[in-house]
Design a protein around this ligand. Structure first.
Ligand code: HEM
Length: 199
């Protein structure tokens, strides 16, 4: 038992070193990724450039070690991470909009929209909504959809169906799909510009 544990420890350290080496190489080849935040994303206090973590090629600094720990836990527990992180969300959004643009119930809404921008925004939005590390900095969903004529429940349902189908095709576990769909459903009132529910 004891020897098994130490074997695990050795493997654990080796894997950590490999991951750190890969992250360092990524940072070296991508100067933008080396830019570091001045404010701790957890505490809102000034970040210490010596307390950092690299996640998906981007370096994050924290005000104290407890914040770094909290950040790492949030990442590991997020739906975003469980889905496979940036690569998985990017692939899902690409496939999702292929379906949306082929869906006669809703495709007309995107006639005059730059789909390059739309795909980028949706990747950013979904990443943030599913617990990714970068907060959503775009429009709130009420404002984003306020000028779409006649937008109603049927359109919302069509979008949700396309999202669900995308995740099923990507063989995402049902439990995770249900979690993603619950988050999508939680945007309904804003997207359809319905009054906010009283708390
Ligand atoms: C789960 C529901 C939905 C989510 C999470 C969602 C998310 C988003 C996001 C993040 C944007 C970009 C906002 C920005 O510009 O900063 C956007 C824009 C847009 N969405 Fe949605 N959306 C949803 C439902 C729908 C539905 C049901 C339709 C119509 C069928 C729709 C059509 C559009 C269009 C046309 C735009 C571009 C608006 C513009 O640039 O003027 N969305 N959506």
């Amino acid at each position: 038992m004891k020897s098994n544990l130490s074997l695990f420890t050795v493997f654990g350290v080796a894997i950590t070193l490999l991951v750190n080496a890969a992250s360092a190489a990524e940072l070296a080849s991508n100067p933008a990724a080396a830019e570091i935040n001045k404010i701790c994303p957890i505490s809102g206090k000034p970040a210490d450039p010596n307390i950092t973590v690299v996640y998906e090629g981007k370096k994050y600094a924290f005000s104290e070690d407890a914040c770094r720990k909290k950040f790492n836990e949030a990442r590991e527990n997020s739906i975003y991470h469980k889905l496979g992180g940036k690569a998985a969300i990017d692939a899902a959004v690409e496939s999702f909009y292929l379906k949306v643009l082929a869906d006669d119930r809703i495709k007309h809404y995107f006639d005059d929209i730059s789909m390059t921008k739309q795909r980028r925004k949706q990747k950013e939005f979904l990443s943030a909504a599913l617990g990714g590390p970068i907060p959503w900095a775009g429009k709130d969903l009420r404002a984003a959809h306020a000028n779409l004529p006649g937008l109603n429940e049927t359109h919302f349902k069509a979008v949700a169906e396309n999202l669900q189908k995308t995740l099923e095709e990507l063989k995402v576990k049902k439990e995770l799909i249900d979690q993603v769909m619950a988050i999508a459903a939680s945007t309904r009132d804003e997207v359809l510009n319905r009054p906010k529910k009283a708390k």
